[in-house]
Design a protein around this ligand. Structure first.
Ligand code: FE2
Length: 375
């Protein structure tokens, strides 16, 4: 059953790891130049910064792109014997770094490692003429890591080691604003250990839980717990497969990603109809929901501000909780492996994650899984 913790419980204790949201997400990819072009063209990101041999980084190329507060870094190895290449060989293209904004990267490192966080990067100060950025980091599930980014004393475009990426190719933005939440898939019996990692090591709280009765179809099931930091700017739901008649979507992910990792990044928009119309025009494919979903939807969610017809045309889902409603849609996987996908979400008061849509959504996912022969 879904269980919920009152948000006011989140603010009663002192936060030992104050976070100002997601700083950036770094993807390790087979070809960063092409990936950057894809994200710019299809999603409307703008070029921001570049690091590579031209900036003195000899083993990789990194392209940083941005739309509003959403920043992606696309990194590829350019020489042999490179751990980035090993990561891609094992996982395919995927999320390596969920970087979080902090005031004090040393304190973030000290507070998390003394609570059991495993060091990925000791506090490191990077300097150039525009000031300094301090980075530190710890490991999380799979080969994924959290970097803590302190950039209060930096005035450059991104960070030392990067130069501004200037180009005349600047596709129109699509209304993407920031990371709403970022979901991790973990292995059998691993959800609770990772929930306790986020609680103990990072001071997060479990604000919502779903069990296999909430998230199951005729064939497959999963369990999920939503972890949130104190101010609610950073939310990491954690999924684990559950026993069903057939293979669940989380199991398919674990098999193709070859371990635990980021399943989806949910991106906020203020106008989901405009955003999704534009994304579909640019070739982004979304999961198709049966049209009969819309026959009874308003009975379930009540009155909404939007016209139903465009939502139905685009396949946008609707759900309501005690505080309002939300509109959401899920892309198909962004690469050949059935691993990472995006969610586009517009919140109109609701702070939840679309529980009422789970069944329709998972049945749509299973149709895709079946077409791949993996159900
Ligand atoms: Fe989500």
């Amino acid at each position: 059953m879904e269980t919920k913790t009152a948000p006011d419980k989140l603010t009663t204790e002192k936060d030992f790891l104050p976070l100002h949201g997601t700083d950036y997400i770094e993807f390790y990819v087979g070809n960063a130049k092409q990936a950057a072009h894809f994200y710019k063209t299809a999603f409307g990101f703008q070029s921001l910064a570049y690091a590579g041999p031209e900036t003195g980084v000899m083993d990789r190329a990194s392209y940083v792109i941005r739309q509003h507060k959403l920043t992606f870094m696309l990194t590829t190895p350019i020489r042999k014997d490179n751990p980035i290449a090993d990561h891609i060989y094992k996982h395919g293209d995927g999320v390596k770094v969920l970087a979080l904004k902090v005031d004090d990267a040393k304190s973030a490192f000290d507070e998390t490692t003394k609570r059991g966080g495993k060091s990925y990067m000791e506090p490191t100060t990077l300097k150039d003429d525009d000031g300094e950025v301090v980075l530190s980091g710890i490991h999380t599930y799979g080969d994924t890591v959290h970097l803590f980014v302190e950039r209060g004393n930096y005035n450059g475009v991104f960070m030392p080691g990067f130069k501004e990426w200037k180009t005349d190719y600047n596709p129109t933005p699509t209304g993407l604003l920031y990371v709403d939440h970022c979901v991790g898939n973990v292995g059998w019996n691993q959800m609770n250990p990772w929930v306790s990692f986020y609680e103990k090591v990072m001071g997060f709280k479990n604000i919502l839980s779903f069990d296999d009765k909430d998230i199951s179809t005729e064939y497959s099931a999963l369990m999920s717990k939503v972890m949130s930091n104190g101010n609610g700017f950073v939310k990491f739901p954690i999924n684990e497969p559950a026993e069903g008649k057939k293979k669940s979507q989380v199991e398919e992910y674990l098999e193709f990603y070859n371990g635990e990792g980021v399943q989806h990044v949910a991106i906020a928009t203020k106008d989901i109809v405009a955003t999704v119309t534009e994304l579909q025009k640019r070739g982004i494919e979304f999961l198709k929901i049966p049209e009969n979903y819309y026959d009874t939807i308003l009975d379930r969610v009540g009155k909404i501000d939007e016209d139903l017809e465009p939502l139905k045309q685009l396949g946008i889902l609707i759900d309501r909780d005690d505080e309002g409603y939300l509109l959401q849609i899920f892309s198909k996987p962004l690469e050949d492996r059935p691993t990472l996908f995006f969610e586009i979400i517009q919140r109109k008061g609701a702070k939840s994650f679309g529980k009422g849509n789970f069944k329709a959504l998972f049945e749509a996912l299973e149709r895709e899984q079946d077409a791949r022969g993996n159900l």
